[in-house]
Design a protein. Structure first.
Length: 306
């Protein structure tokens, strides 16, 4: 007679079920958003948006297969952390609650915004640390193998980097109460922004970064420049920390203006950080990349070194 460990240990059955639900959720949100964005913007609208591409359009199937393989490993790590959060919540370790009235509806509605701002700060400083030469090759290099990104780059992390990103929710909910729906809204926002950040097609309208509110938000161009020149543009959702600490790519606004301008026209740059200027720019400059050796080992920055 075969021995079923789950029969003997109901907790193991619960653990396995929680892990697989967590795995389905994490894999589902990555696959759904990355595939939908890839199909919509690369396959369907790719030709129509030809002037908005931030990368050469030569197919790189092998690169995307590598990114998907790394992303599946990331999803497995997220699922393990998700299982820890579920059991930790039951044990009262994590302050994720189910009753929407426990801290009031206004707090529930504000929680995703609080999580977004906190994660942006967590990400910026962790990201800069990962570019230090002590950590870069062991932790962050895998993500930067993609010199030109795709929607599938979003989760292409080494195991150590996946763990660092996945620890945000467990760490923050040790102290911050968060309704379970607010956590799901935050996780949905995170994957959508992450995939769009790696889209390699600029979707924001012309003049977006010239607006005071738009200038606060990172764009696809912002993160594409980070993959090309890894010693600048460390921000995730907002440009606050890059601006405050002087790590914004000096060509960012010019390159955003260039890629959002009608092809072959002069580009008008008007941003809160720079005076209005009309410059004849060429899209080819955006596709120019540093030497491969520099990409493998990012150039030193004032406080974040490869
Ligand atoms: Zn990236
Ligand atoms: Zn980086």
């Amino acid at each position: 007679m075969r021995h079923d460990p789950c029969e003997a240990h109901p907790d193991m059955k619960d653990l396995a079920a929680t892990f697989f639900v967590s795995l389905a959720f994490d894999f589902g949100r990555y696959a759904l958003v990355a595939c939908a964005v890839f199909a919509t913007f690369w396959l369907w609208l790719g030709d129509r948006l030809h002037h908005r591409w931030l990368r050469p359009r030569a197919p790189e199937t092998a690169s995307m297969v590598r990114e998907i393989r790394a992303s599946v490993r990331t999803v497995l790590i997220f699922a393990v952390l998700g299982t820890v959060v579920v059991f930790g919540r039951r044990a009262g370790v994590f302050r994720i609650y189910l009753d929407p009235h426990r801290h009031g509806i206004p707090y529930l509605l504000a929680t995703p915004l609080i999580l977004i701002v906190l994660q942006d700060t967590y990400f910026y400083f962790m990201h800069r640390a990962m570019h230090h030469r002590w950590l870069y090759h062991a932790v962050h290099h895998e993500h930067h193998i993609s010199r030109h990104t795709s929607p599938f780059t979003a989760y292409a992390f080494s195991p150590a980097e996946a763990l660092a990103h996945g620890l945000f929710v467990p760490l923050v909910t040790l102290v911050l109460p968060a309704h379970v729906i607010a956590v799901f809204v935050f996780l949905a926002f995170m994957i959508v922004r992450n995939v769009l950040g790696h889209l390699a097609i600029e979707l924001y309208p012309r003049g977006f970064v010239a607006h005071r509110l738009g200038a606060m938000h990172t764009t696809t161009t912002h993160h594409a420049l980070h993959h090309l020149r890894p010693h600048t543009n460390f921000g995730l959702y907002f440009t606050w920390w890059d601006r405050a600490l002087g790590t914004t790519d000096p060509t960012y606004e010019r390159r955003f203006a260039e890629v959002t301008a009608p092809r072959g026209t002069a580009v008008e740059i008007a941003t809160p950080a720079s005076p209005v200027a009309r410059l004849p720019l060429h899209r080819s400059a955006l596709l120019a990349t540093p030497s491969p050796s520099r990409l493998r080992c990012p150039a030193p920055a004032p406080t974040a070194r490869p």
